[in-house]
Design a binder for this molecule. Structure first.
Ligand SMILES: Cc1ncc(COP(=O)(O)O)c(C=O)c1O
Length: 337
């Protein structure tokens, strides 16, 4: 039974490797994107290193970097004019010797897509490692990691892959050196008191989340078989929602005109976003996320540092009826303003 469990973990890793276009041994299972990002950041940065990131990043990047700043890491956060990555600013920042560039592929606040390949190339050409946070893009956008200039990529199982909550992983390009976050038993090389050197054992100490990993493997298979098509309907709903609400005079939209992932963030006049979110939930049964979406600098960039925004996300399983319900709720609230 123990062997069978190990085979399930291996099968899930292989399935995920196939989906991401990489060898399964370059994938480490974690409990979410945050843990994967922490492993990548704490595992490769230390006193004297320099890291460049952007203002649209999630706190799962910004907070570890703030902690690392306290340990002697030079952290530069690039401004993001209009919520976009400015490649010229990145190029300028890379004139200083830089250990790593870390950026998200898609903003969780606006849904805007960042030029991942160009940013990765600039970083690698300057001799820096490129860490991509693909939390919002994996499953939605085609992502073959072996064809992209990416050294490390942190991903969740529970978003676009439709896997179980509490699953995720880190891709580590072969040859990239990393220190583990956790030390302990791996069920391998047990006569040594040192952490094994081999992937993925080196980074997966302790009992794995077998039910979660099996679910993640099944999710990867499901997506692999059907392709990004499975999210087409959610994308269309997002696009229609954006088009319909953008014309309402009380609504400000922060998401790009062309919806690439089904996330549309808006505000209702000057109303506090958390209050609108509560009204949508309690009176209309529409579940959205108000506030700062764990991305305070992104909101400051968009001019919504205190108001936050109301983020509508359409997912697999949402229907035309849900869309109509959401639009109807937005219109009803606007009429009261
Ligand atoms: C861009 C981005 N990065 C990181 C995270 C953290 O993901 P997780 O909850 O899997 O740790 C999120 C979560 O929403 C996110 O949107």
């Amino acid at each position: 039974m123990g062997l069978e469990a190990a085979r399930f973990v291996l099968a899930a890793r292989e399935q995920l490797g196939e989906l991401l276009g990489v060898d399964s041994s370059s994938l480490i299972f974690t409990k979410n994107t945050t843990e994967a990002l922490n492993l990548a950041l704490f595992g490769s940065l230390g006193p004297g290193s320099r890291v460049v990131t952007g203002a649209m990043e999630h706190n799962s990047v910004l907070r570890p970097l703030e902690a690392l700043r306290g340990r002697g890491v030079d952290v530069e956060v690039l401004p993001a004019p209009g919520g976009e990555l400015d490649l010229e600013l990145l190029e300028e920042a890379l004139k200083k010797r830089t250990t790593m560039v870390v950026l998200s592929h898609v903003s969780n606040v606006t849904g805007a897509v960042l030029p991942l390949a160009q940013a990765g190339k600039l970083a690698q050409d300057a001799g820096a490692l490129f860490l991509a946070d693909v939390a919002q893009s994996l499953g939605y956008l085609p992502l073959n990691l072996s064809e992209l200039p990416v050294d490390l990529a942190a991903f969740p199982g529970h978003k676009g892959l439709l896997g179980p909550m509490g699953t995720g992983g880190l891709y580590v390009r072969p040859g990239v050196e990393l220190e583990p976050l956790l030390y302990g038993g791996t069920g391998s090389f047990s006569d040594s008191l040192s952490q094994p050197q081999v992937m993925p054992d080196r980074f997966e100490a302790g009992t794995p989340n077998l039910p979660g990993i099996m679910g993640l493997g099944a999710a990867a298979k499901f997506i692999q078989e059907r392709g990004q098509e499975i999210h087409r309907s959610a994308l269309l709903l997002g696009q229609k929602f954006r088009e319909q609400v953008a014309d309402l005079p009380q609504i400000t939209v922060y998401s790009p005109e062309q919806v690439a992932v089904p996330v549309v963030s808006v505000n209702f006049g000057q109303e506090a976003s958390e209050e609108v979110a509560t009204i949508l939930s309690e009176f209309f049964r529409v579940a959205v996320r108000g506030g700062l979406h764990c991305a305070p600098l992104a909101h400051r960039t968009l001019g919504t540092g205190s108001q936050g925004a109301v983020r509508f996300s359409f997912g697999y399983g949402n229907t035309q009826k849900d869309l109509e319900g959401a639009i109807g709720a937005v219109q009803a609230i606007c009429q009261k303003l």
